[in-house]
Write a protein that binds this ligand. Structure first.
Ligand SMILES: [Zn+2]
Length: 493
């Protein structure tokens, strides 16, 4: 009995020891692992943060499928970032609305705190200032760059340096840029540099910038003498679009400056032994998706991918010191692969028939209407679309044909303000004949759109480099700047 009892005690002791041993091994293993990740002095010295405005998973997937299709392969072609070792999904909701906007989402991606719709760099009640990872990196001695394909004062770039209750206060936002003192800014220019639309103009932003040792330029490379003489450099493209943006890839020619050019320039300006933080926004993916214009969307995703390829080249030269994170602020358009009018069919290559963005195509529609004294017949409209988008007028199915007929009739009523307003709700800001022709082209590609606004869909996150593991799995948009700050060893309170 006593022997049995002793044996049982001994057995349970051994069991406990064995259990403790296993726990100790697991703990030491995980400690070693976390030491290896966070405490081996391996910090992200060079950080690239790419934000595709409106770039949901389907915008990326469609671009991959399109690139595969036009090179006669089946499936998906890799973009510069789609094979990064870490992928995740981020929720995007704002503090006061599930479907977010670029100001609230930009603030979350920049500061790690959610805010209300249209608010930039302030809390949801607009009573407290929120500071971004760019601000803290700048304070810690990193050189900071903010670049975009839209205007420099637009919501996403502004979220990294501005603190304004309304994203539309472009003049005040531009002045916040000067106040930030960051090293580099680039994009299409400014929307209200003089304060013409401001309630309380703060003066000409270029003059204010010069007084603060800012250098404004439209050419590159920028000589060392300038880089040494000025504390901040602002580059804007010499021929911006009417909306102070880079031209869309689909509308640009080889002489036009690209987001990849700007990314290269940013590296030239920012490179230094202490490191840098660079945010680059592909801003017109969102605009193309608001217009439900898939061909332009694909071009803008390619343009962002080309810019990321520049960062990947940099990463390959500095793999132990670089972090690249790619994500989106939200999805726009409810884009999807699959359209009811085509059942299971897709034909991605048909998107290549569209040679300009819907903005340019709309101008052609208006010229066509003028030529026909604002009263073109339906058949001449079909012929026009066939000439412009290379679709056989006999190829349309019943659904597509009746949609084009409806848009043709709506377009003929554009002169009546009430009809025009009704048309705007259904067809957006373009002539119904332009919108319908592009929509039908998208349908024939096998693509669908649910809205001309944003959606609440989660967005993908891709990461490579130091601290990459912090961006995997299901995360929130506010976790992304927190992860970047930890990788950099910079506080983000
Ligand atoms: Zn948008």
């Amino acid at each position: 009995m006593l022997i049995t009892y002793c044996f049982l005690i001994l057995y349970s002791m051994l069991k406990t020891i064995r259990f403790s041993l296993i726990i100790a091994i697991i703990l030491s293993g995980s400690l070693f692992y976390s030491c290896h990740r966070a405490d081996d002095g391996n910090k992200a010295k060079y950080v690239f943060y790419f934000i595709g405005d409106g770039m949901g998973l389907q915008q990326i997937n469609t671009t991959q499928a399109y690139l595969a299709a036009i090179s006669d392969t089946y499936g998906n072609k890799d973009l510069s970032f789609t094979s990064f070792p870490v992928t995740g999904f981020a929720t995007t909701y704002a503090a006061n609305r599930y479907i977010t906007g670029s100001a609230a989402a930009g603030t979350a991606l920049a500061t790690g705190s959610k805010t209300s719709i249209n608010t930039l760099g302030l809390n949801a009640e607009r009573t407290d200032t929120l500071f971004s990872i760019a601000y803290h990196a700048h304070k810690a001695g990193f050189k900071v760059g903010i670049a975009t394909s839209v205007s420099i004062d637009h919501a996403t770039p502004a979220a990294f340096y501005a603190h304004q209750p309304d994203r539309n206060m472009y003049h005040e936002v531009a002045h916040d840029m000067v106040k930030s003192g960051f090293r580099f800014f680039a994009g299409g220019g400014f929307l209200d540099p003089e304060g013409e639309k401001s309630k309380n103009p703060l003066g000409n932003v270029f003059e204010k910038g010069l007084a603060e040792n800012f250098y404004f330029t439209q050419t590159f490379p920028i000589p060392d003498s300038i880089l040494n003489a000025y504390s901040s450099i602002v580059y804007s493209v010499p021929e911006p679009d009417a909306s102070s943006t880079l031209k869309c890839r689909i509308d640009a020619d080889s002489a036009d400056v690209t987001l990849a050019d700007i990314t290269s320039l940013a590296i030239d300006v920012l490179m230094n032994p202490k490191g840098f933080f660079l945010m680059v926004e592909g801003g017109k993916i969102d605009w193309a998706c608001h217009n439900n214009d898939a061909a332009t969307t694909v071009g803008e995703v390619i343009s962002l991918s080309d810019a990321i390829a520049i960062a990947v080249d940099f990463y390959n030269k500095h793999p132990n010191e670089t972090l690249i994170v790619v994500t989106a602020d939200h999805e726009t358009g409810g884009m999807t692969i699959g359209n009811g009018s085509m059942k299971y069919e897709t034909n991605f290559t048909i998107l290549a028939n569209q040679k300009q963005s819907i903005d340019g195509f709309n101008k052609k529609v208006l010229e066509f209407k003028t030529k026909h004294k604002s009263n073109p017949t339906f058949n001449s409209y079909l012929q026009f679309v066939s000439d412009e988008l290379n679709i056989d007028p006999k190829a349309y199915n019943e659904m597509q044909l009746s949609y084009l007929q409806k848009a043709h009739l709506a377009s003929l009523k554009q002169n009546n303000p009430r009809d025009k307003e009704a048309n705007r709700k259904e067809y957006g800001s373009f002539d119904p004949m332009a919108t319908a022709a592009i929509r039908v082209l998208n349908q024939r590609a096998g693509l669908g759109w649910t809205t001309m606004s944003h959606t609440g869909a989660q967005v993908p996150v891709y990461a490579i480099g130091v601290g990459q593991e912090m961006f995997s799995g299901n995360i929130d948009n506010t976790d992304i700047p927190k992860g970047i700050s930890r990788a950099m060893g910079v506080d983000l309170p």
